[in-house]
Ligand binder design. Structure first.
Ligand code: ATP
Length: 315
């Protein structure tokens, strides 16, 4: 359904945009129907940039993103974008920023109707809204007509997902959708994502939290400095993490019986050495991915020029 092939993004930064920041490097993965792909990495690893490129909110510098055969970078004009957003929608970290505090929260539904369904009558539209709200486990009587400040972050997040469901969406980009929610609401929203997946939706689940990635995802893509450090079936990546960076992320998942210092002491240093070949590499994230078991890929440290790491001359 969604396919990324060697996707890169370079931002121009600094005064007059003279410097370049390589935010995403040669990233490739697929999201299939009824599948959750978790894109996991620490702050600045390039996760949101990938989500924005998939949503056509920022341009691609290299590679290609295709959705059901359509080249996303090639979308031109209002009509083409409108059709794309009928099938692909994003939900973001801060639900409050998606609502205008001056209007009731359900105005987001009216905007969808005006854009996509002007021909649908009042009673039928109301029926569709109520159905979408029930799918996201909200009681229409409790949320319709309420202002954003009268609703919780979790309710607003679910209203945004209900809005997406009014369209015929096939892919949801969920970017840190649970980061701002309290623990019990997080589980509700994660269960909702599992429901949507069961209905055949593809979900790109962007998170910095490896434990949450584990809860819902079929495939895990671990991003480090814009490049894939490790990817594969989520259960393999989480039970058999091979890249030191993945191990570090896993160790930062709080566990009651271990202190942070203990967790850190147990880890091999992430010194840029190659986790595949065990020898020194440039360690700059210019890795080529090596398949270490079926579908499980780990980034070789690379030579800094796009090739595999070189044998350590001292060895
Ligand atoms: N519009 C922009 N212009 C210039 N640099 C940017 C822009 N957006 C992001 N960056 C930079 O690109 C890199 C990747 O940012 P991105 O937001 O994709 O990371 P992230 O993994 O989603 O982090 P976070 O979880 O903090 O949002 C960072 O170094 C960031 O500063």
């Amino acid at each position: 359904m969604l396919r990324l092939d060697r996707v890169s993004k370079v931002y121009r930064v600094g005064s007059f945009g003279r410097e370049r920041l390589h935010a995403v490097r040669d990233v490739g993965f697929e999201v299939r129907s009824g599948q959750v792909v978790a894109l996991i990495g620490e702050s600045g690893s390039g996760k949101s940039t990938i989500g924005k490129m998939v949503l056509g909110l920022t341009s691609i510098t290299g590679g290609a993103i295709t959705f059901e055969g359509t080249d996303v970078a090639g979308l031109r004009g209002h009509r083409a974008h409108k059709e794309y957003y009928r099938r692909v929608q994003g939900v973001f970290q801060d639900p409050f920023s998606s609502f205008n505090p001056v209007f009731p929260a359900d105005r987001v539904f009216a905007l969808i109707r005006a854009e996509y369904f002007p021909e649908v009558g009042e009673a039928e539209w109301r029926r569709r809204i109520e159905e979408s709200l029930r799918v996201v486990r909200l009681d229409p009587a409790q949320v319709l007509g309420k202002y954003p400040h009268q609703l919780s972050g979790g309710q607003l997040q679910r209203i945004l997902i209900a809005r997406a469901l009014l369209l015929d969406i096939r892919l949801l980009v969920a970017d840190e959708v649970i980061s701002m929610l309290d623990a019990s609401t997080r589980i509700d929203v994660l269960n909702l994502l599992a429901d949507l997946k069961a209905r055949g939706m593809g979900i790109l689940f962007v998170t910095h939290d490896l434990s949450l990635g584990n809860y819902v995802s079929d495939t895990a893509v671990i991003l480090r400095r814009g490049a894939i450090a490790e990817s594969g079936p989520a259960d393999r990546v989480f039970t058999n993490p091979l890249h030191p960076y993945t191990r570090r992320l896993l160790s930062s998942v709080p566990r009651l019986h271990r202190t942070w210092a203990q967790a850190d002491a147990e880890l091999p240093a992430d010194d840029g050495g190659c986790p595949v070949h065990g020898r020194a590499g440039a360690g700059d994230g210019s890795a080529t991915l090596v398949e270490v078991e079926a579908g499980h890929f780990v980034g070789c440290a690379g030579d800094g020029e796009g090739g595999p790491c070189r044998p350590d001359p001292r060895a």
